[in-house]
Design a protein around this ligand. Structure first.
Ligand SMILES: Cc1cc2nc3c(=O)[nH]c(=O)nc-3n(C[C@H](O)[C@H](O)[C@H](O)COP(=O)(O)OP(=O)(O)OC[C@H]3O[C@@H](n4cnc5c(N)ncnc54)[C@H](O)[C@@H]3O)c2cc1C
Length: 85
C-alpha cells in the first residue's frame, strides 16, 4: 500500500494557522498552502492595535509548546508581543 502525500489548505495565518503550518512541517508534510486575507501574519494580534491592548492570559500559557519563548517579560504581554507575531 502506498501512502499518498496529503495536500492541505490552511485558511488564516493567526495563531491557529501558523501552529498548524508548524506542526505539519514538523511531521514532514510541506505540501500545504497557507491563505491569509490580510497583509501580514498574526490574525487577531495583527488586526487589533488599540491603545492598552494586552493579552489576558499569562504568557507562559499563550505560546506554542514547541516554541516556548523566554522573554523574561510580562505575565500579560501587550499588543504585538502577544500571539504568534
Ligand atoms: C480584541 C481581542 C482581544 C483578545 N484577547 C485575548 C486574550 O487576551 N487572551 C486570549 O486567550 N484570547 C484573546 N482573544 C482571542 C484570540 O482571538 C485567540 O486567542 C487567538 O488569537 C485566535 O487565533 P486564531 O488563529 O484561531 O484566529 P485569528 O487570530 O482570528 O486568525 C484568523 C485568521 O484567519 C484569517 N481569515 C479568516 N477567514 C479567511 C478567509 N476566508 N481567507 C483568508 N484568511 C482568512 C483572518 O484574516 C485571520 O488572520 C482576543 C480576541 C480579540 C478580537
Amino acid at each position: 500500500m502506498s501512502l499518498r502525500t496529503p495536500r492541505v489548505a490552511i485558511v488564516g495565518a493567526g495563531m491557529s494557522g501558523i501552529g498548524m503550518a508548524a506542526k505539519l512541517t514538523m511531521a514532514g508534510i510541506e505540501t500545504f498552502d497557507l491563505y491569509e486575507q490580510w497583509d501580514d501574519l498574526g490574525g487577531t494580534w495583527h488586526a487589533n492595535t488599540y491603545p492598552g491592548l494586552s493579552c489576558d492570559v499569562p504568557s507562559r500559557y499563550y505560546q506554542y509548546t514547541f516554541a516556548p519563548t523566554q522573554t523574561g517579560a510580562t505575565c500579560s504581554p501587550r499588543g504585538a508581543r502577544s500571539g504568534p507575531t
